[in-house]
Design a protein around this ligand. Structure first.
Ligand SMILES: Cc1cc2nc3c(=O)[nH]c(=O)nc-3n(C[C@H](O)[C@H](O)[C@H](O)COP(=O)(O)O)c2cc1C
Length: 293
């Protein structure tokens, strides 16, 4: 275990650790406009939702390597309006191109090959290719650190939102497979939130808790923390009658025979069977297998 005081390491080295461990982060593709009307577009992964009523988003431009404010920040100081566009996998290389340090008045929509669409409630245009675009008013600029040396947090209220039709599933909700978002990690790493990267976790009940499991199960070499979490999320434990009934059932006899004739350790077989049942979503039966011997 490395235990570090940030100041001992220095800002750049600690930033690399921070950036690689607070990850993956969503990416805000932010358009802004200067008071003279020059449009800017740049990605920011220091980005998140911070409230929903009203809907509030934040992103943070740090200072440049030369100690200067980034163009996005200079623009919002002049015109406190932005569009925040979400980045899907088909956009990621062009988004990266837009992050290069072009001169102040270079329009990254043109440099990176994105289509600018006139916004309705704010002056900066939004990105046509984005699956979702938010038109936002900047409510507050919050300098971070001494003399804003760490950058500035831009606090934005969403006043209009655009969602592409193709991102919705049949249930009317945004389908993560269809929106195909990307996230940012450390160094040059990104993650694509699709295919094998996606999985669901059942909403927890006020479960019995992992501490309700027998000690031998809690310290199992076969069951993982995720398995214990599923067991602990059960609302109730099997009753003694249910356990007795299961004890007399064919699956229990089969497992006992497997242990006896295969010279295997019965608790290991129990844990393996419970693990398999948990993978199939059969949490109640997994509990019975673990309590029925
Ligand atoms: C995916 C991605 C995420 C980024 N996130 C941030 C960030 O959160 N804060 C930041 O200051 N720079 C971030 N950058 C770097 C800026 O995009 C880059 O400095 C850009 O030139 C700023 O543009 P501007 O000066 O036109 O505002 C990121 C770059 C990429 C590719």
């Amino acid at each position: 275990m490395k235990t570090i005081i940030p100041q001992d390491l220095g800002p750049q080295a600690f930033y690399r650790l921070l950036n690689s461990s607070v990850a993956p982060r969503p990416i805000a593709f932010v358009s802004t406009i200067s008071k003279e009307g020059h449009v800017n577009l740049a990605p920011y992964s220091f980005f998140n939702i911070v409230g929903f009523n009203p809907p509030m988003l934040v992103f943070s431009p740090t200072i440049t390597r030369h100690g200067q404010k980034k163009h996005s920040l200079l623009n919002v100081e002049e015109v406190p309006e932005v569009t925040i566009n979400l980045v899907s996998y088909p956009m990621v290389e062009q988004t990266s191109l837009a992050s290069a340090e072009f001169d102040r008045h270079v329009n990254e929509f043109m440099k990176a090959g994105f289509t600018a669409v006139q916004s309705e409630r704010v002056r900066p245009p939004r990105v046509a290719e984005a699956p979702v675009a938010f038109e936002c008013l900047v409510r507050q600029l919050m300098p971070l650190g001494e003399n804003a040396g760490a950058g500035t947090m831009v606090i934005c209220e969403v006043v209009l939102a655009h969602f592409q039709d193709y991102i919705f599933g049949e249930n009317g909700q945004i389908d993560p497979h269809k929106i195909d978002l990307v996230g940012r990690l450390g160094a040059d790493w990104y993650v694509r939130a699709n295919d094998a990267a996606l999985f669901d976790v059942a909403r927890p009940q006020m479960g019995v808790g992992v501490d309700a499991l027998p000690v031998s199960v809690r310290h199992s070499n076969i069951l993982t923390g995720n398995d214990l979490g599923k067991l602990g999320s059960s609302k109730t434990l099997p009753t003694p009658d249910e356990i007795t009934a299961y004890h007399q059932s064919a699956p229990v006899f089969a497992l006992r025979d497997e242990a006896r004739y295969g010279c295997q350790y019965l608790p290991d077989l129990q844990h393996l069977r419970a693990k398999q049942l948990l993978a199939e979503g059969k949490v109640e039966e997994a509990w019975l297998v673990l309590l029925s011997y």
